[in-house]
Design a binder for this molecule. Structure first.
Ligand code: AMP
Ligand code: MN
Ligand code: MN
Ligand code: MN
Length: 277
């Protein structure tokens, strides 16, 4: 059974429309799919309407990838099986949408100081109706010839610790996880190794996440080594958390893994979705 609980569409920074993503997942025989765009559920809502018209659709789980901050870092939390109409979640998504707009202005100011002008208008134009994010700034920098490719844009200007990495607008982890719980969903800590924390700091993050109401770790996220998977499985056991798997699919051949590509969980892990049947 192919399970993919972490994917992006054009509603945030993915390249496939929600309908295209769902059709692709169906063609790949994905059984359980969650659309988890950054801080918006509009892609999921569109896909859900389309799923109702398909003969054989993957089971579509409502999802979102929420941005927050903890310990001075930008952390991502997956909300799965959430009721997108729940007032607490809706208020949270509105707050995050405003935070993204305010952050975009700050990013553009900083890029301008670095010699890259017009980035706010440019990134907004590229994002269109999508939730604006750093990848739209990266694309603008490539399109205008300021950098040669998206990777360089992140390595030099937008990645962790660079001038365009503006964190202060995000709500705290302890605020965000309860939105998911209130909306009847389950929170899974996205790609725990991507934050590049020491072992001790990662354990503190997992402890805070659990205390806030988090239930699961994303044990398999995109491309990672067996050792990384084993380390995350051990963290699940230590903290008695469930596990999720996700490709973090954005587009073909770049950041993230192919849609539906996630390998099986280690047997010590309790799959979060086994509690959904
Ligand atoms: P944001 O949500 O606006 O903070 O932007 C974060 C997103 O940028 C991630 O979800 C990825 O899609 C993308 N991203 C982060 N690092 C890189 C990178 N090195 N190359 C390409 N995309 C990246
Ligand atoms: Mn992304
Ligand atoms: Mn993420
Ligand atoms: Mn993601």
């Amino acid at each position: 059974m192919i399970v993919d609980l972490h994917t992006h569409t054009t509603a945030s920074d993915g390249s496939l429309s929600p309908v295209e993503l769902l059709e692709r997942a169906a063609a790949l025989d994905v059984s359980l799919l969650a659309i988890t765009d950054h801080d918006t559920m509009s892609g999921y809502a569109e896909a859900r309407e389309h799923a109702a018209t398909m003969e054989a659709s993957p089971r579509l789980i409502s999802g979102v990838e929420l941005s927050c901050q903890w310990g001075g870092s930008n952390i991502h939390v997956l909300g799965l099986n959430v009721d997108m109409e729940h007032p607490a979640l809706r208020a949270g998504l509105n707050l995050l949408c405003d935070a993204r707009q305010a952050r975009a202005e700050r990013i553009a100011k900083r890029l301008s100081k670095a010699g890259c002008d017009g980035a706010l208008e440019g990134a907004h134009f590229i994002a269109g109706s999508a939730q604006i994010g750093r990848p739209h700034f990266a694309q603008y920098m490539v399109d205008t010839g300021f950098v040669e490719d998206v990777n360089t844009a992140f390595d030099r200007y937008l990645g962790s610790g660079k001038i365009g990495d503006v964190k202060l607008f995000w709500p705290r982890l302890e605020e965000v996880v309860p939105w998911i719980c209130s909306a009847g969903g389950q929170a899974s800590l996205a790609h725990p190794l991507k934050y590049r924390f020491t072992g001790a700091k990662l354990r503190r993050l997992v402890q805070s996440f659990k205390e806030a109401g988090g239930l699961s770790l994303e044990v398999i996220s995109g491309r990672q080594s067996r050792d990384q998977t084993a380390a995350l499985a051990a963290l699940c056991v230590k903290f008695n958390l469930a596990a999720t798997v996700g490709s973090d699919y954005h587009r073909d051949f770049t950041y993230g893994a192919p849609l539906g590509s996630s390998p099986a969980l280690p047997s010590v892990c309790r799959p979060l979705w086994s509690e959904w049947e």
